[in-house]
Design a protein around this ligand. Structure first.
Ligand code: NAP
Ligand code: ZN
Ligand code: ZN
Length: 351
């Protein structure tokens, strides 16, 4: 067993606080990673506070993990000691169902094993995430990170990156299309960067007019303030594709009305119920409303390699682990520019 320092929530109401846990010794297919940086996803906050009603405590959040390989099992083929590596939202899956065989482990029919807030397969052992010094995971669920990228700004790619890259690729976003990214937070800012890199005309759709300048700097061609009803009415029927990252249930109808013939809106943020959908908003214009979850392991590696080739990373604000509770409060106020990343060296100061 490897004893590591961590930070955990003990209940939905308790702050994230120092905690100690044991990682397994690496098995033949495992990689042991010293965690250098971990991004802070809004899902960490949802799960720490039991917003989705299935939280397991103690909970060590964190699924945007990057670090250096410290040890490998005898059968590990693709990674060696000293390599930079990343772990995202999953650490295992059944590996034999149709989605797993297709490299879409996030849609495993038996359910993937989430990096935290889950149990190891066939065991009562709780999985613990990246707010910790080290993690041990099967190499199938570890990606290789090129040394050319700024590592701390790579961490958010492991969730915010792949969650936006995957639907933009699946719905074949590209040149000649007008694409809206709704919500300028961790996911949204990566959505803008990828949609731009794929050649689309990108519109940032935000509730925060003061983020407009940043949206343009991140690559948006235009900004649409969703609270400006006149501007929303003028933009009706003009979008090919919308990527909706709003983190809570909301009224999707005003956004559906922005879509043109055969347009699609993909939800990635709201796991909880959205307001009733007016059928007419789908029927008129043959529009679709869909959803998408992170991305499979082959596509996650493809996304990292795409980022290396195009010099894409996240815009990050570095924090110490001791400031995690303050960061959560700022996330709730839409006050993140545009991803908090924990410098795990700060854990050394933890009790
Ligand atoms: P975030 O950094 O907090 O950003 C969310 C943004 O949405 C905010 O900055 C804000 O942008 C906008 N927003 C917030 N509340 C809103 C409201 N009530 N109405 C309209 N807009 C609102 O969050 P994130 O880390 O990007 O995560 C977004 C959501 O995706 C979370 O629910 C998270 O759990 C989920 N998620 C899903 C997946 C998946 O696989 N599908 C993966 C990761 C995360 P503006 O200020 O620009 O309006
Ligand atoms: Zn996430
Ligand atoms: Zn499976």
């Amino acid at each position: 067993m490897i004893h590591v320092k961590a930070y955990a929530a003990q209940s939905a109401a308790s702050p994230i606080a120092p905690f100690g846990l044991d990682r397994r010794d690496p098995g033949p297919h495992d990689v042991q990673i010293e965690i250098l940086y971990c991004g802070v996803c809004h899902s960490d906050l949802h799960q720490a506070r039991n917003d989705w009603g299935r939280s397991i405590y103690p909970m060590v959040p964190g699924h945007e993990i990057v670090g250096r390989v410290k040890a490998t099992g005898a059968q590990v083929k693709n990674l060696k000691v000293g390599d930079l590596a990343g772990v995202g939202c999953m650490v295992d899956s059944c590996r034999h169902c149709a989605p797993c065989l297709a490299g879409l482990e996030q849609y495993c029919l038996e359910g993937p094993t989430w990096t935290y807030n889950a149990h190891e397969r066939g065991s009562e052992q709780i999985t613990f995430g990246g707010y910790s010094e080290a993690i041990v995971a099967d190499e199938r669920f570890v990606v290789k990170i090129p040394a050319t990228l700024d590592l701390k700004a790579v961490a958010p790619l492991l969730c915010a990156g792949i969650t936006t890259y995957s639907p933009l690729r699946h719905w074949k976003v590209g040149p000649g299309q007008k694409v809206g990214v709704i919500g300028l937070g961790g996911l949204g800012h990566m959505g803008v960067k990828f949609a731009k890199a794929f050649g689309a005309h990108v519109v940032m759709i935000t509730t925060s007019p003061e983020k407009g300048k940043d949206a343009i700097r991140l690559g948006a061609d235009e900004v649409l303030v969703s609270k400006d009803l006149d501007a929303m009415a003028k933009a009706a029927g003009s979008f090919d594709f919308l990527l909706n990252t709003i983190p809570v249930g909301h009224d999707v109808n005003p956004y559906l009305q922005l879509l043109k013939l055969d347009g699609a809106m993909v939800l990635v943020g709201a796991l909880t119920p959205v307001d009733p959908v007016v059928g007419g908003n789908l029927i008129h214009g043959r529009r679709s409303l869909a959803g998408s979850g992170i991305g499979g392991m082959p596509e996650t590696q493809e996304m990292i390699d795409f980022c290396a080739e195009h010099g894409i990373v996240s815009d990050v604000e570095m924090i110490r682990i001791q400031d995690i509770n303050k960061a959560y409060e700022r996330l709730l106020k839409n006050d993140v520019r545009y991803r908090f990343v924990i410098d795990m060296a700060s854990l050394k100061d933890a009790g």
